[in-house]
Design a protein around this ligand. Structure first.
Ligand SMILES: Cc1cc2nc3c(=O)[nH]c(=O)nc-3n(C[C@H](O)[C@H](O)[C@H](O)COP(=O)(O)OP(=O)(O)OC[C@H]3O[C@@H](n4cnc5c(N)ncnc54)[C@H](O)[C@@H]3O)c2cc1C
Length: 599
C-alpha cells in the first residue's frame, strides 16, 4: 500500500478526514490548523483538555536559555514560535522577569558571573523574536534592592526576561477555534482501538465515553496520535509496537504557595546543580521543577514528599522565607521527551518529530513525539503540512497570524468590571482567561444578574463563568471547571466552592443534585491527594475527617488514603505525609489496557 492509496479509497465514505487522539496542546493545535485548511476533524480526549503535560507544566513560552548549550535550534524555534503565540493569544500572557544570583561560596564565582554575562549576550540575540528585553548584570546591592528576601553573600547576578502562558487556556482556545470551524470534540472519550484495513492502512478509531460508558467508532482517512507521554501506549492500540512511537517520559512537579512572595522569578541551583525556580504567578508563588524518569501510571501522576523536599531545599538556600510560607498544593506532569539512552533527563533534546507509521505498515497513522509548549504551534503546523499534503491541499498554515478566540483585541479589565458591576479583580481574571470573549460572560450577567454571584471566593470565579465553560468549553465535571477557571485552586482547596459548582454542573448537564455532590466530592478528594505531600499531618487528618463526613452523607464508600508511617522532616515546618496511594498505584501494573505505563 502506498501513501496515495491509504488516504484515497474510492467509494469508501468516512466520517471525517482526520482523527486527532489527545486534547493536549499538540492535538488541539493540529485540530485547529486542519480545520483552518478545510479538513474535517474529530478529536478524542480520554480525560479532559490539557489533562496531561499541557496543563501541568511551568507555562514558560521561552527559548530555554540552557538549551542554547546543546540544542540551539530548539532555542531558536521556541523563541520564534513564542513570538507567534504571543501575537495570537495576547490576553493569556504574563511577563516573568528572572533574577539569577551568583553566590560568593560558588567556586570561581566572579568568573561564573562573567561567563553568565557572555552567555546571556548570546541569548539576547534571540530575545527580539519573543519580545524579550536584553539581560542586565546586577551588583549584589541591586539584587538585594530588587528582592530583599534573597539570602547569602553574592557577587551579583543577572536579570533576564521571559513570558509565561496559561497552558490550559491555550489548549481550550485552540479547540474552541477548531470547533467553530467544524471540528467535533469528544472529551472524556478514550480511544480503545485504532482500526485498520486488511492491508494495514488506518481506517479510524473505536472509543468509549468514560462518563456514560457508551462506545462508538469513527472512521477517517488519517489518524494522528497526539497523546504525549501516552504515545507508545496509543501506538499499541493500532497493533504497533510501543518502540515505534517511543518517548522518554520525564516527570516534573511544581509546588504552589498561598501568596506572592516575590516580585521577580528567581533561578536557583538545586543540590545536583540543576536549575529550578521560584516564580510569582497570579495570586500565588510556584516552585518548580523536577525532571526524573517516570514509569508509573500516566493517568495518576502525583508529587511525592521527596520531590517536594528537593525543590524546597533548593529554593530555601537562596530564599529562606519559603520555609515560613504556606504550601497549598502541587501539580505534576510527564514530559513526552524524545527517546535517548544514557543521558540525564535534564539533558534530553526538546526537539519534536512526526513519525509516519507507513514505515511500520500502518499508512495514514502518525505520531507526534517530543516538543515544547513554546513551540506547539510550529509542531502542529509541521504535522498539518504532512496531513494536508496527503489530502492534496496546498493551503499553507495561518495559525501564526489568526488570533485565538478572545485574542482578537485587548479589552480593559477595569471597564469590564465597571460595566458588569463586579470587583476589579474578578474583571481582571475574566479578561485574562477569556480575552475579548469575557464580554460574552458579562452579557450573561446582564441577562441574568444572579449569575454575578461569586462561586469561588479565593480566585474569584463567578457563576456566569462556570456556566459559560460548561456551555461553551465542554466542561462536564467540577474538575473540568477548575481546570478552565482555577475554581477551587486557592487556599481553601475547594471547600467553599466545590459543592455549589457541582450543583451548577449537574443542573446544566441534566444530572441529579446527588451527582453534583458526588462530582464535588471527587474533586475535593483528588485535590486533597495532590496536597498530601505538602500539608502537615494535622491538616491531612482534618481534611480526611471532613471528606469522610461528606462521603458518609453521600453514602459513598471510596476513601482517600490517610497519611501513615514514616513521616520525616520535610523542610516545610511540620512533618508532611507521603501520598502513599499515588505511589502504590504507580507501582502496580495497569489493568486497563488503555491506561498506563509507557514503554
Ligand atoms: C513539569 C513540566 C514542565 C514543563 N515546562 C515547560 C515549559 O515551561 N515550557 C515549554 O515550552 N514546555 C514545557 N513542558 C513541556 C510541554 O508541557 C509538553 O511538551 C507539551 O505540553 C506536550 O503536549 P502534548 O499535547 O504532546 O501532550 P499532553 O499535554 O500530555 O496531552 C496528551 C493527551 O492525550 C490524552 N490521551 C492519552 N491517551 C489517550 C487515548 N487513548 N484516547 C484519547 N486521549 C488520550 C491524555 O489524556 C492527554 O490529555 C513541560 C512539561 C512538564 C511535564
Amino acid at each position: 500500500m502506498n501513501d496515495t492509496q491509504a488516504s484515497e479509497r474510492p467509494g469508501v465514505d468516512v466520517d471525517v478526514d482526520v482523527i486527532v487522539i489527545g486534547g493536549g496542546v499538540n492535538g488541539s493545535g493540529v485540530a485547529r490548523d486542519c480545520t483552518q485548511r478545510g479538513l474535517s476533524v474529530a478529536v478524542f480526549e480520554r480525560n479532559d483538555i490539557a489533562f496531561g503535560a499541557s496543563g501541568n507544566n511551568s507555562g514558560m513560552i521561552h527559548g530555554g536559555p540552557r538549551y542554547l548549550t546543546y540544542d540551539p535550534d530548539v532555542t531558536y524555534s521556541s523563541c520564534l514560535d513564542s513570538g507567534h503565540i504571543q501575537r495570537i493569544a495576547p490576553h493569556l500572557l504574563f511577563r516573568i522577569p528572572f533574577l539569577m544570583p551568583v553566590h560568593r561560596d560558588r567556586r570561581g564565582a566572579k568568573l561564573a558571573l562573567t561567563l553568565l554575562d557572555a552567555f546571556f549576550d548570546l541569548y539576547d540575540k534571540y530575545q527580539p523574536l519573543k519580545r524579550g528585553k536584553p539581560h542586565a548584570v546586577l551588583t549584589a546591592d541591586q539584587l538585594q534592592q530588587l528582592e530583599p528576601g534573597l539570602a547569602g553573600m553574592t557577587v551579583g547576578g543577572v536579570s533576564f526576561d521571559e513570558w509565561g502562558i496559561d497552558g490550559v487556556r491555550l489548549c481550550v482556545g485552540n479547540l474552541v477555534d477548531a470547533a467553530e470551524n467544524g471540528a467535533r470534540v469528544h472529551i472524556h472519550s478514550t480511544v480503545t482501538d485504532i482500526l485498520r484495513h486488511d492491508d494495514g492502512a488506518v481506517r479510524g478509531v473505536r472509543y468509549r465515553d468514560l462518563l456514560t460508558g457508551e462506545s462508538g467508532s469513527c472512521t477517517a482517512k488519517l489518524v494522528v496520535n497526539a497523546t504525549g507521554a501516552w504515545a507508545p501506549l496509543t501506538a499499541t492500540l493500532g497493533g504497533l509496537l510501543p518502540e515505534q512511537a517511543r518517548i522518554r517520559p520525564g516527570k516534573g512537579i511544581h509546588v504552589f504557595f498561598d501568596r506572592r512572595l516575590t516580585n521577580y522569578a528567581i533561578a536557583v541551583r538545586a543540590i545536583d546543580g540543576r536549575q529550578v525556580f521560584l516564580e510569582p504567578w497570579q495570586n500565588m508563588s510556584v516552585i518548580g521543577t523536577t525532571d526524573t524518569d517516570y514509569y508509573g501510571d500516566l493517568d495518576d501522576v502525583v508529587a511525592t514528599t521527596a520531590e517536594v523536599r528537593y525543590l524546597v531545599q533548593a529554593v530555601a538556600r537562596v530564599f529562606p522565607a519559603i520555609l515560613e510560607a504556606r504550601p497549598i498544593g502541587t501539580w505534576a506532569g510527564v514530559r513526552p521527551t524524545l527517546y535517548d539512552w544514557g543521558k540525564s533527563p535534564d539533558g534530553l533534546s526538546r526537539e519534536h518529530q512526526v513519525v509516519d507509521h507507513a514505515a511500520h505498515g500502518a499508512p495514514g497513522l502518525y505520531s507526534m513525539i517530543g516538543g515544547k509548549l513554546a513551540s506547539y504551534r510550529l509542531f502542529s503546523e509541521e504535522m498539518t503540512d504532512v496531513l494536508a499534503r496527503r489530502m492534496g491541499i496546498a493551503q499553507a498554515s495561518r495559525t501564526h497570524v489568526t488570533p485565538l478566540p478572545g485574542g482578537e483585541e485587548l479589552i480593559d479589565p477595569i471597564s469590564l468590571a465597571e460595566d458588569a458591576g463586579i470587583e476589579p479583580i474578578a474583571g481582571a481574571r475574566l479578561e485574562y482567561r477569556h480575552g475579548a470573549r469575557a464580554t460574552r460572560i458579562v452579557e450573561r450577567m446582564a441577562r441574568n444578574p444572579r449569575e454575578a454571584a461569586v462561586v469561588c471566593p479565593c480566585e474569584p470565579v463567578l457563576e456566569a463563568e462556570v456556566r459559560y465553560v460548561v456551555a461553551h468549553e465542554w466542561a462536564q465535571t467540577v474538575d473540568d471547571v477548575s481546570r478552565r477557571t482555577r475554581l477551587g485552586v486557592g487556599s481553601c482547596g475547594g471547600m467553599r466552592c466545590a459543592a455549589r459548582c457541582g450543583a451548577i454542573v449537574a443542573e446544566m448537564t441534566g444530572r441529579s443534585p446527588l451527582d453534583g455532590r458526588r462530582m464535588a466530592l471527587d474533586f475535593l478528594e483528588s485535590a486533597a491527594r495532590r496536597r498530601l505531600s505538602v500539608v502537615g499531618p494535622v491538616q491531612a487528618q482534618q481534611e480526611a475527617l471532613s471528606l469522610a463526613a461528606l462521603r458518609s452523607q453521600l453514602g459513598s464508600t471510596r476513601a482517600i488514603e490517610r497519611p501513615t508511617g514514616d513521616l520525616g522532616p520535610t523542610g516545610l515546618g511540620p512533618r508532611a505525609a507521603e501520598p502513599r496511594a499515588a505511589e502504590a498505584s504507580a507501582a502496580l501494573p495497569a489493568l486497563d489496557p488503555t491506561r498506563g505505563v509507557p514503554a
